[in-house]
Design a protein around this ligand. Sequence first.
Ligand SMILES: Nc1ncnc2c1ncn2[C@@H]1O[C@H](COP(=O)(O)OP(=O)(O)OP(=O)(O)O)[C@@H](O)[C@H]1O
Ligand SMILES: [Mg+2]
Length: 509
Amino acid sequence: MGSNDYILEVNNITKDFPGVRALDNVDFKVRRGEIHCLVGENGAGKSTLVNVISGVFPRGDYEGVVVFKGKETHYRSTKDSESDGLSIIHQELTLSPYLSIYENIFLGNMKTRFGVIDWDACLRDSYPLLKRVGLSEPPQTIVSKMSVGKQQLVEIARAISRNAELLIFDEPTSSLNDEESENLLKLLLEFKREGITCIMISHKLDEVLAVADSITILRDGLSVASYDTRAEEVSKQQIIKAMVGRELKNLFPEKDPKIGEVVFEVKNWSVNHPDYHDMKIVDNASFFLKRGEIVSFCGPMGAGRTELMMSIFGNSYGYGATGEIYLHNEKVTFKSPKDAIEKGVGYVSEDRKSLGLILIQDVKTNITNSSLPKLSKRGVLDKEKIRESAEFYKESLQIKTPSLEQLARNLSGGNQQKVVLSRALLADPDIFIVDEPTRGIDVGAKFEIYSILNEMVKQGKSVIVVSSELTEAISMSDRIYVMNEGKIKGVLNRDEATQEGIMHMALVD
Ligand SMILES: Nc1ncnc2c1ncn2[C@@H]1O[C@H](COP(=O)(O)OP(=O)(O)OP(=O)(O)O)[C@@H](O)[C@H]1O
Ligand SMILES: [Mg+2]
C-alpha cells in the first residue's frame, strides 16, 4: 500500500508540558476512509495527540510533522484545520449553551448576503445537516435544553457543515447511554460509507472492537502498538495488555457483601422541571438503601435518575419537590447540599466541570477542600495532614499528575474525574451517591474505583450508583432499580439481573 493511501501521517511528534512529556516521538498513520480508534489509559496522551493534529496546539508548539492529504500542516488554530477539511469534536463539548442549534452550527462560519449575515439561509441549510446526524429537534431549539447526547449531534452537524474529510471524536460516547452510543457508532459507519475518515478515542473497548478498522494504542506518551483489525484478529485482552503493560485478569473485583438494616429511604418523591413547572420529571419514586449495600439506578437517558438524586440531595435540581426522606429511620429534610453533606450524605455529580472540579485550583486543594474541618487541629489547618490525604488518593486511584500542586485544568479528562471522586471519598459520607463514577475512566482505574466502593460498603457505608453501563451495574451492585419516564419501574436483585431484563423492565407499563 503506497503512502498515498494515508489521509493522515504523523511523524515523530513530541509535546511537552511543564513537568510532563505528554507525547514522546509518536508516529501515527490513518488510511483514507477508515475508522481508526485511539486507545490508552487516562493521561496516555490521546487528547494531546488529536489536539496537535487539529491545530489546537499550533505549529511550533510541538516537535515533529503532521501530514494531511499529502501536505505538511501549519495550522495556527482549529479554524485553519477546519477550512482544510479536518474537524475535531472535543471530549468536553464546546457549544454556546444559550444559542440555538442552527446558530451554533454556523457560528464562525455564517452565510452572508451582501456582507450581512443571512440567518434565514443558515436556518434553511441547517435542516439537511440535522437530518444527516439524525436529530429531529427544530433548529431554533436552545442547546442547553437538550441532552448531552443531542448536543453532541449538533457538534457533529457543525463539523460536517464545514465539509470535513477527517472527523476526530474524543470520547464521543463517554456521556451517552447504550442506545445513544449505538446510534453514534452507526453514524460513524455511515460517514465511512460516504468516504469520510474518522478517528475515535474511546475507553469502551467493546465499541472499539465493533467499529475499528485500525487501532493504535498509546501508553505514557508512546505509541506502543498498532493493529489492522481487517488483517488480524484482535482481542480485548490483547488491547488491555498493551494499554496497561500487564495482564488484567478481572474487570470487576470480588465482592462479599455484608448487608444490614435499612439506613436510607425515600418515599413518594416527585419533582417538576425547573423551567416548565407543570412538567413532572420524577413521579412518585420510592426506594430504600441498606447498610453495606451498593444499589444501582439504571434506565434510558431522560429516565430521571440524575434528577431524582439531585433533587433529594438538598434541592439541587427542579421545582416543587415533594416526598419524604428517612435517614436511619428518622425523617429528615436537606435544605441545601451543604446540609445534606453535614448529615452524612455525599454526592458526586455526572458533570464534573460545572458541579465538581475547580479548574483553576490545584489537585491537592480540589481533593481536600470539602474536608477541611477534619484536616484541622483546633481550627488551624494541618498542612501535613492535607498533603497526606491528597497523596493517599493520588496513589490509590493512580491520579496521573506531575505534582499535587498541578492545576486541575491541566489534568487529562479521566484524571479530573478521579480528583472529583477522591474529594467525595475523603469526606467519608455514610450514604454515598455517585452519578456515572467511571465515565471516561480507563479499565485499570475502573477496577480501582470499584474496589474503593467495595471497601466503603465493607466498612458499613452504603452506595447509590447511577450508571448507564449495564454490565457495570450488574457486576457491581446488590440491587438494581430500573427507572423510566420519571418512574421507578421495578427492582432486581443482583443474581436475577440481566441486560435484557433491565431494558424490558424499563419499557413495560
Ligand atoms: N494543558 C496542560 N498542561 C499541563 N499538562 C497537561 C496539559 N494537558 C495535558 N497535560 C498532561 O499531558 C498528559 C496527557 O494528557 P491527555 O489529556 O492527552 O491524556 P488522555 O490520554 O487524553 O487521557 P484521558 O483518557 O484521561 O482523557 C497528562 O499527563 C496530562 O496531565
Ligand atoms: Mg483525553
